[in-house]
Design a protein around this ligand. Structure first.
Ligand code: ASP
Ligand code: MG
Length: 297
């Protein structure tokens, strides 16, 4: 099989394996939202893609975070393969990990804790790797790539410990030195967006997590428990120097009543890149959107 065809077939198998796994876990698939009056603030990627229509501005979705929180009012477990547009700075074109249009499997569970989502994330990843190994193991082996079965639970390290042990670039260092996936938990409040829930027992620490792939492939997923009480959401928005007016629709929803929830988002292209051992996520897409790279179609 041509290398490119393999990337497309494996992507297709990954989507199927995710759907199968989540279906068995009782999740409902939500059609993705692509345009919205409010989207993820993502302070590390400040440029926004906006279109103007019908007398107002519409953001291209940066993540479905607020829609996920709204959707679990209706169904307790939801997921979506969500196309995200994030206008990453041009220099991120060469990290191997950034596209400015990508798809993430974005999921959310009503009344769930972080531990439940971490357990789910581990089982989901292992299921996907098993399915791909079954159907593509030989072709991967011919390319020198072996998919391993990782023991569970994956190790956890707190953000502070990781930084102390591995220095400023701890995420990279940890991913490079690890031969199994590893969780970073308990991010400090100012490192993340306002929707990750602050631990009521440990002010300044969030009940959230990232999963890192081994062998230097970097971040696999981000997620956490959510702020859902309107007063707390407003305080967190203000703390980050954001304007509550920009999140008015979401705040209104919170005032009507949002359930507690937890969830995560896992990038599909990064997952396939890890599976195939590719140098760049762009090699996963037939029509990649790499910051700064020329595009003809
Ligand atoms: N919104 C997060 C992101 O896109 C994922 C999550 O917290 O569910 O990075
Ligand atoms: Mg992240």
């Amino acid at each position: 099989m041509k290398p490119f065809a393999l990337a497309l077939e494996v992507t297709s198998a990954v989507l199927g394996a995710c759907r199968e796994f989540l279906g068995e876990e009782g999740f409902v698939e939500l059609l993705p939202v692509i345009l919205a009056p409010v989207t993820d603030p993502l302070r590390t990627t400040p440029d926004r893609a906006i279109i103007s229509a019908y007398g107002q501005n519409w953001y291209l979705t940066r993540s479905m975070i607020f829609h996920k929180q709204a959707a679990v009012r209706v169904c307790p477990k939801i997921f979506s393969f969500s196309p995200n547009v994030r206008l990453e700075p041009q220099e991120r074109g060469s990290t191997g990990r950034h596209l400015f249009e990508f798809v993430q499997l974005d999921l959310e569970v009503r009344e769930a804790t972080r531990d439940v989502l971490m357990d789910l994330g581990e089982r989901l990843l292992i299921h996907v790797l098993e399915e791909v190994r079954r159907d593509f193991g030989r072709e991967l082996a011919a390319r020198g790539r072996e998919l391993l079965t990782y023991p569970r639970p994956f190790p956890r390290i707190s953000w502070h410990e990781a930084k102390k042990e591995f220095g400023e670039n701890f995420e990279e260092a940890l991913s490079e030195r690890s031969s199994i996936p590893v969780w970073i938990v308990d991010f400090p409040i100012d490192q993340r967006e306002f929707y990750d829930r602050e631990d009521p027992d440990r002010p300044g620490i969030l009940v959230d997590m990232d999963l890192l792939y081994p062998q230097g492939y970097g971040e696999a997923l981000s997620g956490g428990e959510r702020e859902y009480q309107p007063g707390r959401i407003r305080a967190r928005i203000m703390r980050q120097g954001l304007d509550p007016e920009d999140y008015a629709g979401f705040l209104r929803l919170a005032e009507e009543g949002l359930p507690p929830s937890a969830g995560f988002g896992i990038g599909i292209e990064r997952l396939v890149r890890f599976i195939l051992g590719l140098a760049h996520v762009g090699e996963v897409r037939l029509f990649p959107r790499i910051p700064g790279a020329a595009v003809s179609l």
